[in-house]
Design a protein around this ligand. Structure first.
Ligand code: EPU
Length: 436
């Protein structure tokens, strides 16, 4: 039962390096199933979502070897379809990419409903719509499926077709791309997600021999090919990790250079920080964020699919708004349960009113340390930022959520002057304290 303990009110200074992007890495790691070969993947972040993905792949016959700190060889030659263990699959959201990847390679797939953060209803109707458009039969969990979704095809083949997405969905776009890579004919996804991780997956698959065009726009065309092959591929940097450190620099009145980033991916975050009065400088593969001597002003944010302001930065900018001058508003445009972090920030002294879709922040001059619980990944990251900016000591529990998506966040922040540590509280101590 680990906790993060922060003594706040210290500006961050120095340079901090961003790891590979979680949401690209999980798609690409499962995408290796299609290669039916050895792939070496670089810039893989060391986070628990990746170790969970590796556990799933290993359990179904893939061989995974670490080549250096962030590079892994993944050999899916002997992958066994339809056998991913339920206890592993349910731990993470992206495990549903098994469905698209197995379907694309074997013409059949089976997986449990996935897990992931509780940030609202997470239906998969658009994934299913896509699989059906390509000719698959999809059976939802039933009395004899052991909680699994079964996807089958009559003759072991998928056939390309047009799929119009009713909502812009990252997961459904990725799953349909995976399924369509080796389908007969051409698949066109309209109203596709444009996120950088969709582009990264398409670039990886193209390097393996797929024929995908239009990724990064809302119309993606996938011309089916017979077979893919192994490659070496490096994952792009994580824009949400970068954005989180940008908010941490701003909220602590610090000056941080954040390296290994693609500044273009951060345009929406940069624009909002500048509107709030924070200085942001862009370099080729770094951004420098300084709020030393700046007056931080309130602003309005509406979260939206890329290139809009990312929903995964909602809680982090919420912390900055809590200590910005005047009133700020966030309208959540993607998830219907994204404001669970608000109650904990109020306990730290913030003044926030919210319903399920929006939150209004009246800036206070200071936050105060408190024990808080990370209710999801990005909320957890936001509590770290709040703790760094607050006066006094903040203790964060439930940090397994944070460890799903941030590589060594404690070590990285300590290197730039944060007073932060990971505390291991033995389970026995918890049992004891609960009895007192
Ligand atoms: N939706 C549907 N039907 C579907 C799929 C989605 O109605 O079949 C709705 C959802 O309910 C939601 C919206 O569409 O309202 C967007 O969902 P999307 O499918 O894009 O989300 P996702 O693929 O499940 C990914 C990221 C999330 C990120 C969202 C939005 C991964 C593994 N997860 O989720 O990341 O919030 O896109 O950008 O890529 C995180 O990293 O902390 C995280 C939650």
């Amino acid at each position: 039962m680990d906790k993060i303990v922060i003594t706040g009110n210290k500006p961050l200074h120095g340079s901090i390096e961003v790891s590979g992007m979680k949401n690209a890495a999980v798609a690409i790691v499962f995408g290796t199933i299609l290669a039916e070969d050895k792939c070496t993947i670089g810039n893989i972040p060391m986070i628990s979502d990746i170790s969970d993905a590796f556990d799933i792949l290993t359990a179904v016959g893939a061989k995974i070897k670490r080549l250096d700190k962030t590079t892994y060889e993944i050999d899916t030659t002997n992958y066994t379809p339809c056998s991913a263990p339920y206890e592993l699959v349910r731990k993470m959201r992206a495990s549903y990419y098994i469905l698209g990847a197995e379907l694309g390679r074997f013409g059949r797939a089976r997986a449990a409903y996935p897990g992931g953060c509780d940030i609202g209803a997470r239906p998969i109707d658009q994934h299913i719509k896509g699989f059906k458009a390509l000719g698959a039969e999809v059976d939802p969990p039933s009395s004899n499926s052991g909680g699994n979704i079964n996807v089958t095809t009559e003759d072991g083949c998928l056939y390309g077709d047009s799929v119009y997405m009713d909502v812009v969905s990252v997961g459904a776009t990725i799953n349909i791309i995976l399924a369509a890579c080796r389908a007969k004919g051409t698949t066109v996804i309209e109203s596709a997600a444009r996120e950088p991780h969709v582009v990264d997956l398409a670039n990886f698959l193209n390097a393996c021999g797929a024929n995908i065009s239009g990724a990064g726009t809302d119309v993606i065309k996938i011309r089916g090919v017979e077979k893919l092959h192994g490659v070496h591929y490096d994952i792009i940097p994580d824009m949400i990790e970068a954005g989180t450190y940008m908010m941490a620099a701003a909220a602590t009145k610090g000056d941080l250079t954040i390296t290994n980033v693609i500044p273009k991916h951060l345009d929406a975050v940069t624009a909002k920080l500048q509107e709030m009065g924070v200085t942001v400088e862009e370099y080729d593969d770094a951004v420098r964020v300084s709020s030393v001597g700046c007056r931080i002003k309130g602003t309005y944010v509406k979260t939206a699919p890329y290139p809009g302001f990312p929903t995964d930065m909602n809680p982090q900018i919420g912390v900055l708004m809590s200590i910005a001058e005047g009133e700020s508003v966030i309208r959540e445009g993607v998830w219907d349960n994204r404001f669970k972090y608000v109650d904990e920030l109020i306990r730290m002294g913030a003044c926030i009113k919210n319903d399920t879709k929006s939150a209004t922040f009246t800036g206070v001059s200071k936050l105060f340390g408190a024990p808080v619980s990370a209710c999801d990944l990005r909320a957890g990251a936001a509590f770290i930022i709040a703790g760094l900016a607050a006066e006094g000591v903040t203790t964060i529990d439930n940090i397994q959520h944070i460890q799903r998506g941030y590589e060594d966040i404690v070590g990285k922040l300590r290197n730039v002057g944060a007073c932060i540590e990971l505390q291991n509280v033995p389970d026995d101590a918890n049992v004891l304290s609960s009895k007192i």
